[in-house]
Design a protein around this ligand. Structure first.
Ligand SMILES: *Cc1c(COP(=O)(O)O)cnc(C)c1O
Length: 374
């Protein structure tokens, strides 16, 4: 089956009592273990609602198995701390989601896990590998500048050296990119973004082969970052329209990126779908779509703060991937904890804004940007 069909039909739960078409919400945290030898328990990640939505997610990523977590960071921290032990080394890109950067900077040093942050391109990542490297951690497209890394080139080297590759696939979503097909071992998502898609749910996902999922499961049970049945049900419902939403978000983002390029109030546009993007051809070779995220730099004579205040439709908001368009200043929000020098080293100036394009009519989005610039 293909993506639209998988969104609707994969996973789920067939209720033998009512023959209802959608998965019921099982609120129980206690199950009779004599009658149900599986012994479901929410923190074991094996309740009917957890399994129903995890199966849909596994199908969408082309994975053997998946697990849902109570946040993206629960999925990320559980995965990394399950793979790494004291003395091990991990390679990450310095253009990293802010929360992951903090996890590494604060927690890894305390665990005596060694790390190297590299520039966001395959050569730099490969060069940083040393004899203790156990994990390579990727993001592509990156936050907030939508840099694309050559995933196949990195996994080609990692496979030869027996290094586990992990990717945060949040920005692409499983509709636009399936990293397991590019040789990656483990795919992570902040489900809070595109998967949930309505800015009303916090969750995370891990998808991989059965042997990695079995290993991660043991750590996950100890860390306890599981998701409750009501949230699983909301996520499962949201996933049924994932492909429709993301398709519209991609086409709106491309139109908006082209429009922004024509405006004198905008000095630079970052979007891998633009033919002018240095990452266009590599994006085309490993993605099915270019995504709903873009970034742009305001001209020097325009105040980012005043521009954001003048927007009427597009909301300044921290999260992304929702059906409504949102915008933020990475320097003032997601990357605030980095020093100005650290930010500028990776190209994040104060004039750069990150836009998460929603499913509204494109004319209304263009109009909102035009009136705010004026
Ligand atoms: C939001 C986000 C996360 C963290 O997810 P939470 O659900 O907030 O814990 C991780 N990676 C990326 C790329 C994100 O955008």
């Amino acid at each position: 089956m293909k993506k639209n069909t998988l969104c609707v039909h994969a996973g789920g739960y067939q209720d033998p009592n009512t023959s209802g078409l959608s998965t019921p919400i099982f609120t129980s945290s206690a199950y009779n273990y004599l009658d149900n030898p599986k012994q479901p328990y929410p923190r074991y990640f094996n309740t009917p609602n957890q399994e129903a939505v995890a199966a849909k997610l596994a199908a969408l990523e082309g994975a053997e198995a998946a697990m849902v977590f109570s946040s993206g960071m629960a999925a990320i921290s559980t995965t990394l701390l399950s793979l790494l032990k004291s003395g091990d080394h991990i390679v990450l890109q310095n253009e990293l989601y802010g929360g992951t950067f903090n996890l590494v900077a604060k927690e890894f040093s305390r665990q005596n896990i060694d790390y190297t942050l590299t520039a966001t391109h395959a050569d730099a990542v490969i060069e940083a590998i040393n004899k203790n490297t156990r994990v390579i951690y990727l993001e592509s497209p990156t936050n907030p500048l939508l840099t694309i890394v050559d995933i196949r080139r990195i996994t080609g080297v990692a496979i030869k050296k027996g290094i586990t590759t992990v990717i945060d696939n949040t920005f692409a979503s499983p509709i636009n990119q399936n990293p397991l097909n590019l040789g990656v071992d483990i795919v992570l998502h902040s489900g809070t973004k595109y998967l949930a898609g309505h800015s009303d749910l916090c969750c995370g996902v891990v998808a991989s082969n059965q042997s990695y999922i079995t290993q991660l499961h043991q750590t996950a049970v100890n860390f306890g970052g599981s998701m409750d049945s009501n949230s699983c049900s909301l996520l499962e419902r949201s996933l049924k329209t994932l492909s429709l939403r993301v398709e519209r978000q991609c086409s709106n983002a491309l139109s908006l990126a082209k429009y922004l390029e024509t405006l004198s109030g905008v000095s630079k546009v970052f979007y891998p779908g633009l033919e002018s993007s240095p990452y266009h051809s590599i994006a085309k070779s490993q993605m099915h779509g270019f995504g709903g995220m873009l970034a742009f730099e305001l001209a020097a004579d325009i105040s980012p703060e005043i521009f954001l205040k003048k927007l009427k439709l597009i909301s300044p908001a921290l999260s992304l991937g929702g059906i409504e368009s949102t915008i933020c200043s990475p320097a003032a929000t997601s990357h605030l904890k980095m020093s100005q020098d650290q930010r500028e080293a990776i190209g994040i100036t104060d004039a750069i804004l990150r836009l998460s394009v929603g499913i509204e009519d494109i004319e209304d989005l263009q109009q909102d940007i035009a009136q705010a610039l004026n």
